[in-house]
Structures are given as C-alpha cells and as structure tokens.
Design a protein around this ligand. Sequence first.
Ligand code: PEP
Ligand code: MG
Length: 570
Amino acid sequence: MTFLKGIAASNGIAIAKAYRLVEPDLSFEKNSVEDVKLEVERFRKAMEVSKSELEAIRDKAQVDLGSDKAAIFEAHLLVLGDPELNAPIEDKIQSDKVNAELALKETADMFVMMFEQMDNEYMKERAADIRDVTKRVLAHLLGVQLVNPSMIAEEVIIVAEDLTPSDTAQLNRNFVKGFTTNIGGRTSHSAIMARSMEIPAVVGTKTATEEINNGDLVIVDGLKGEVHINPTPELVEQYRKIHEEYEAQKAEWAKLVNEPTISADGHHAELAANIGTPNDLKGVIENGGEGVGLYRTEFLYMGRDQLPTEEEQFESYKAVLEGMAGKPVVVRTLDIGGDKELPYLDLPKEMNPFLGFRAIRLCLEEQDLFRTQLRALLRASSYGNLKIMFPMIATLDEFRSAKAILEEEKAKLISEGQTVAEKIELGIMVEIPSTAILADQFAKEVDFFSIGTNDLIQYTMAADRMNQRVSYLYQPYSPSILRLVKMVIDAAHAEGKWTGMCGEMAGDETAIPVLLGLGLDEFSMSATSILKARSLIRNLKKSDMERLAQEVLNMQTTDQVIEAVNNAIK
Ligand code: PEP
Ligand code: MG
C-alpha cells in the first residue's frame, strides 16, 4: 500500500480502479530489417487494429457526444484508409529496409509539413488528422496503449499530470468517480470544476503518475487531501464508512434547500452559485442557490475549434437567465488566459500567463470578439435579471473603456430595433490589488464589486495558484487579505453599492464567519457548498461576527485568525 499527500480540491470519497490519463512514450530506434515482407505485415496489422479501435471510438462518440465529435474520428478513418499515405510507407520499408516505425514517422512527417505549409484551413486540419492517426498506429507498433478517455466504460479514478479545464469538462460523471493529479492547487480551474461536478479530487500530489499504475485500486480522500494506492481491505472498509457518514451529513444539509440564509440575529446574506455552463443550473437549483454570482463564460469557448457565434452565446445566456427565473445572474465577460487556454486563438506563448495578456486586456484589444459577446448578453438581458461584470480590471481606464464599448453595442442594438433590458447592473471583479486599494474611486462608477479571491490572493502573495510548491501562500485568512476585503466592502457601502465574493474563499467555512462580520452582501460559491454554508450562517450572530472581524483584522498571522474563528464559532 502506498500513500500520497496532496491538496484537497473537491470534497468526498471515491474508491475505484485507476485510469492513467498519461500520454505513453512513443520514442523508437531506427532499425534495419532483413525480412521486409514480415515488416510490411507488422505494419498492416497495426493499421488493422487502429482501424477497429477508431471505429469503436467513433461509434461510441456518436452515441455519447453526438455527430460533431464523431466526425473527428470519421476523418481519422479516412486518413487511415488513404492509399496515398499507406503505399509510400510500405515502399519505404521495402526499398530502405527500415523498421515500420521509422517508415511511418518519416512519411507522415513529410505529409504533415506539406499540408501545414498550404494556405488553406482545410488542408491544415488534415495535417492535424495525420498527426493523430500516426500516433495511434505508432502506439500499436510499439505495443503501448494510447489514452482514450471517451472510451471509459467502467468506474474509474483518473490519474494525470494535470487536467485542463476542457479535459475536466469532457469527463463522464457516470464513470469518473474521482481524480488525482501531480500539479495544481485548490483554485486551479480543474479543481473548481471538479467541485461543481461533485467529483472528489486531490491535486498537487507531485508523484501520482509515477506511483499509480493502470488498474490499481485507489482511494481519493477529497476531504483530507489523501490518496491511498492498493489499500488494505480494512482501510477500504473504513473509507466506505466515512463515505456513508459524509452522505448522511449532506442529507441533513439538504433539508435547508428552501430555507432562507438568515443569521441567528436576523441578518440576510445572499448565497449564490458559480457556474461554468447552463448545464450547471440543475445543481444550483437543487442546492438552493439564491442566484448566480459568477457565470464563467469562458467555458462556452472551450472544447471546440472556433469561437462561439453571437447566436450560440445568446442561447446559452438566455437559458441561464430563464432558468434562474428572475433571480440575479452575474455574467462575467470572457476571462481567457492563465490556466484557461483557447488553442484556436493562436495566442503567442507567454513567460507568465497569469500576469499576461488575459481577460479584459485581451477583450479590449480583440474587440470583435468582445463586442460579439456583449451583443449576445444585451440581447439576452430581457429574459431575466442580468448583471454584467468585467474580469481582471486593474485601472479605472480599463473599466471606462469596456463600459464605453458596452454602451456603443447597446445603442446599436436599440437602433436596430432589438429589445435590451432597461437597467443592467455593471460591475467589476476585484482580483488585482491595485483595484482593491483604489476601491473607493471605482465605487463611484461601478454598480457592484465581486471579489475574486483566487486571483486576488495569488497576486497579493505573489504565489502562482497552479504551483503546489507555493500553495502554502494561498492564505485567505491572512490579515493582509482580510484588510483588502474590508476596504472593498466599505468602499462599496460608502457609495450605496453592494459587494459579493466569487472566489473560492466565499464558500470556505473558516472565512465565512469573518466575511459575515465584515458585511459581505453576497457569497458566491460552488453550488455544492451552498447548503453547508447556509447551515453555518444560520447558527451565527452577525453582531458577534462583527466583533470577531474587528479582532482578526489586527492579528499578525493566519494561524492566529484560524484559532480566533474556531473559538468564536465553537
Ligand atoms: C477569482 O479569481 O477568484 C475568480 C473567481 O475567477 P477565476 O477563478 O475564474 O480566475
Ligand atoms: Mg480570477
């Protein structure tokens, strides 16, 4: 039995066999072959197996994911059956007397280069198809297994170096019971998505992919951040009990689904949910969300190979607004960059993507993309209670420019005879220290703030949120962070505006009492954290928490704050 310690990224216990989502090693040596006939046979055999594998993947994709995704594999099958590619490979084996791996790779590379140089999008895509097919045939020649996450058909725990948000979005909730990764932190987007999908996860284990083999029995303890590999039957039994207790606790919280979030001394706090797609609405409603405090629209742009059209976006925003039936929905405009990439935008690689050309910076420059999103939002605005916010605002000028573009699009739509809601609140994310410090000035111009602590903490502490070696600096209870939060809330209130928080801190049990005391108006979190937070707030008195907040703001360290909170809520 082996044990790994990581970061608890998503609550719950999962016990299942491991499925390694790790690219195999496809390197090989150049060999000369004596029996060319046998080598050609070996090549044909690898092609045959690849063909039946691709057919199976295509058929499954057709059922599970629809014709769009299945078409990708259809294209791969066409490449595989193309004599223009196969014949030169066989010729090369015969004439140069080289191994099939080499003949395949060199011939395919030549075609890839040729297609990539063409000034034609269609041919460029064919180059990508050839690359994929070559990888598959090469894997069969080398006797290694490629990863096929779409073919998972039994309960598994995914083991990976890292999972991108789009990998995470494609995980099939019915089979993927949990996941563990080498890198990542509590606020990396794969962790955030795992929480919204209610998949237990432990990230930042450093060595999961080295220690875990395909088929090992694995326990992912997303409550403590532990992973057990090939545990003893006794440990499995213990964990089954912990799992049952956790489920029973969840059933208790579930009784609060239709109850208001009112503190023991009568103060109402709004508990909203963070969502990534309209599909997440079900979870918001089941967990008694009083609104959507953050709709991360960038997920609409992921897992595809071109930008979503205005119409597609309009339909998604409308679905969310209608689904929330008049409750507030805060939609954040595109926040791409950092750990959220859009390969089809072909943006240059940056040394420090979290400090780079992301979010509003990109939108102000790539205005077509931004205007399309704003138009879709404005058109959807009459279907519910829409509020718009801009991410990563660092200066008032950025806010004013973004607002001016929004106003222009609004005027255009109205002149085209489209209906736009009369009042749409316009706010900003406060996730850069400069904005928190200047909150009193921003508060004069915005309708609301939403504090994005995932970024605010990484920028204040200068600690990359994806890097587990500095994850100890993710300190939401540090007096430095709490003081910034207080500045923002007070600045908004002085101008009669409201402040929400949509970073992970808003759903954190130790932070909630202090945030209540600081006067935070709206707490927006993973839907699955709402009922637990509601149960906590209903047992607290706001007046007591105000005193607690005063006290902890003057403390020196995070540990002192944690101790004070624990004493106060005992
Ligand atoms: C944040 O930074 O706190 C936030 C909510 O935005 P994201 O996690 O998407 O960067
Ligand atoms: Mg952010």
